[in-house]
Design a protein around this ligand. Structure first.
Ligand code: ADP
Ligand code: MG
Length: 247
């Protein structure tokens, strides 16, 4: 795996062609993510985080600049957990995961994922019967099923109650530890970001720029220690007062 190099000089949305109304979404965004790094992107609503993930995923090529995510000869596999679970209502839990495979889905891999994500008993249910927490677990499982080199996650735990969010966060983290890969994770929640990330990138309101880029020096085994996370959060807000305006 190689670095992800992001260098965007300009991303503008055209709002209305006839009146020439534009929205300047991103300006001069330049950073590099190293292989297997877990990066949290933190910024206010509407600042351009989803726009950036769509561009990295290759879903939006309309920008000035470059995003390099691997050698030309070997493009990495990208998993994308969208802001909404986006499950297909006519497919079961299992089929919603299997759909990412062109050929016969690997039975034992999917069994393991269902098991790890505590979805095994619900595998034959349809999405309308699932809680939002379960739907999010299915969408995370679908992204993991392809063994991505790069995982993009767009506020995957929003609107989950705190205990469910904590449970799914731990599941995600243990899957990531079993098979580390590069993660770009969007969140509003600074505690969540500190508990998960190697590195926090704080982003400004539109046009989006980097405000601070901070390493999280907490040891992996201490990430579940809420006191430790809280102490780092307080220190961070004290040393970088601008950050509190971005949450
Ligand atoms: P975030 O994910 O940080 O909340 P988005 O990337 O969704 O922000 O949006 C950034 C800005 O770009 C917002 O002001 C939003 O209204 C605007 N925007 C997003 N998508 C479009 C679009 N397809 N057309 C026009 N404006 C858009
Ligand atoms: Mg968004």
């Amino acid at each position: 795996m190689s670095d992800i190099r992001i260098n965007i000089s300009n991303k503008t949305y055209v709002l209305a062609h006839d009146t020439e109304q534009f929205h300047h979404a991103i300006a001069d965004l330049d950073f590099t993510v190293h292989p297997q790094q877990f990066v949290c992107l933190v910024g206010p609503s509407g600042c351009g985080k989803t726009t950036l993930l769509n561009m990295i995923a290759g879903l939006d090529p309309h920008f000035e600049g470059q995003i390099n995510i691997g050698q030309a000869t070997q493009s990495p596999t990208i998993g994308y957990v969208f802001q909404n679970p986006r499950l297909l209502p006519w497919l079961t839990v299992r089929q919603n995961i299997e759909i990412v495979f062109d050929d016969k889905p690997p039975t034992s891999l999917i069994d393991n994922l269902l098991d790890n994500m505590q979805l095994f008993d619900a595998q034959h249910q349809y999405p309308e019967r699932l809680s939002l927490g379960m739907q999010r677990r299915v969408s995370i499982s679908r992204a993991f099923a392809i063994n991505p080199d790069i995982l993009l996650m767009d506020e995957p735990f929003v609107s989950l109650d705190a205990p469910t969010a904590r449970q799914v966060r731990r599941l995600l983290y243990s899957l990531w530890q079993k098979r580390p890969h590069t993660v770009l994770f969007v969140t509003h929640d600074l505690r969540e970001a500190i508990a998960l990330a190697d590195r926090l990138i704080f982003l400004s309101p539109s046009p989006m720029r980097i405000v601070s880029d901070i390493e999280v020096p907490i040891a992996r085994e201490q990430r579940t220690d809420e006191g430790c996370v809280e102490a780092f959060r307080e220190q961070l807000l004290q040393n970088h007062p601008k950050i509190s305006e971005l949450l």
